[in-house]
Design a protein around this ligand. Structure first.
Ligand SMILES: Cc1cc2nc3c(=O)[nH]c(=O)nc-3n(C[C@H](O)[C@H](O)[C@H](O)COP(=O)(O)OP(=O)(O)OC[C@H]3O[C@@H](n4cnc5c(N)ncnc54)[C@H](O)[C@@H]3O)c2cc1C
Length: 328
């Protein structure tokens, strides 16, 4: 076996690699620290006719109780370099020198999102502070276009370098990434994010601090149990002809940035606190499902089906999952 495959392991529990603490074993598991190891891992999976799954921080996943019958590749590449910290030339007559100061960093996919927030905030740069407390890696955040407080990671992405299905490295511009609400092209393609170039702008420290404090307040409302964050995407309001708002006009006052939080819709189905096996709809926020002790993926799936059915019956809408299913 070549040296790039030295980390290859067998039969590794995926519950230990997810924030939900749920899931059976990966038949094969390899933590990769650079693109050479990643390429070797993907090539090995292809040569052995195995499917592979790219794992970041495991904070947005529901892994099957049977685990994953292939190779799980954990992204552990963690280089972060500041490549630019300067004042740009004016882009338009309306630009002020204050908003021209930029910081550009290149980060490997395995870098924790939290580390990027710390690096930028300490230099007085804005663009990621809203994400304080969101677990996982930058690769995972880009894949799902992670967001909070009306912001999303796509805003700071300049470009993304990937390994494509043919093991070719290519760099995609932001517009090629097809970012949308909790969406990107990476959810559909087999491309693996290797690194990203991110652009941040200088901002007054008090303004950055204010957003950080808002993000900290959100963390205080997070469940004290293992979870994978919000299970469902918030409801996307479809302009003036939206069926939900037409039927329930009072909900209009709760719409923010065209989105309606689905926690309140689930709550009003009387599901708060509902438990199946070790999985429970958290009392503090009904869009979270929590593992209150030895939950099985099957328990979570049953709760998901119950929520979808109840919301469809009461509100007439289909919920879309935000968490990713693995091994089903
Ligand atoms: C307590 C808690 C709070 C949360 N709050 C928020 C929140 O406010 N906003 C929010 O958006 N999310 C939130 N989440 C969900 C989650 O933290 C984010 O979605 C996070 O960005 C996922 O990153 P990850 O590295 O853990 O990805 P993983 O869960 O490991 O993977 C998620 C998906 O990304 C893919 N992926 C990961 N890395 C790569 C890569 N390098 N190349 C290609 N694909 C890749 C995986 O294959 C998978 O499909 C929360 C989760 C928890 C547990």
């Amino acid at each position: 076996m070549n040296s790039e495959l030295a980390n290859l392991q067998k039969n590794i529990s995926l519950a230990n690699h997810t924030t939900f603490r749920i899931g059976g074993p990966a038949r094969y598991f390899m933590a990769v620290r650079n693109s050479e190891e990643l390429m070797a891992a993907v090539k090995w999976a292809k040569d052995n006719s195995l499917s592979f799954f790219i794992l970041g921080g495991g904070s947005n996943l529901l892994v099957s109780d049977d685990g994953f019958n292939g190779l799980v590749i954990k992204m552990q590449s963690d280089s972060l370099s500041v490549v630019l910290r300067s004042t740009f030339a004016p882009l338009s007559m309306n630009s002020t020198t204050k908003d021209l100061e930029k910081m550009k960093i290149i980060v490997d996919a395995g870098v924790p999102f939290g580390r990027i927030i710390m690096e930028t905030v300490k230099g007085g740069f804005s663009g990621a502070e809203w994400g304080f407390g969101i677990p996982g890696t930058i690769g995972g955040a880009i894949c799902g276009n992670a967001g909070r407080l009306g912001q999303a990671i796509a805003r700071v992405v300049a470009n993304v370098t990937v390994l494509d299905e043919n093991l070719k490295v290519k760099t995609l511009s932001k517009s090629e990434c097809d970012f949308g609400y909790r969406e990107s092209r990476f959810k559909k393609t087999k491309e693996i994010i290797l690194s990203a170039s991110l652009l941040f702008a200088k901002k007054e420290p008090v303004k950055i601090e204010a957003v950080l404090n808002e993000a900290k307040a959100v963390i205080k409302q997070s469940p004290p149990y293992p979870s994978a964050g919000c299970v469902f995407k918030n409801y996307n309001v479809k302009g003036g002809s939206d069926v939900l708002l037409k039927n329930y006009p009072k909900l209009a006052g709760r719409v923010r940035d065209n989105k309606l939080g689905v926690g309140q819709l689930i709550d009003q189905c009387g599901l708060r606190g509902r438990q199946i096996g070790g999985a429970k709809i958290w009392e503090g926020h009904a869009n979270y499902m929590v593992n209150v002790g030895n939950a099985k993926a099957q328990d979570v799936l049953e709760l998901i089906e119950l929520v979808k059915k109840s919301v469809k019956e009461k509100w007439g809408i289909e919920l879309e999952e935000e968490i990713r299913r693995v091994g089903f």
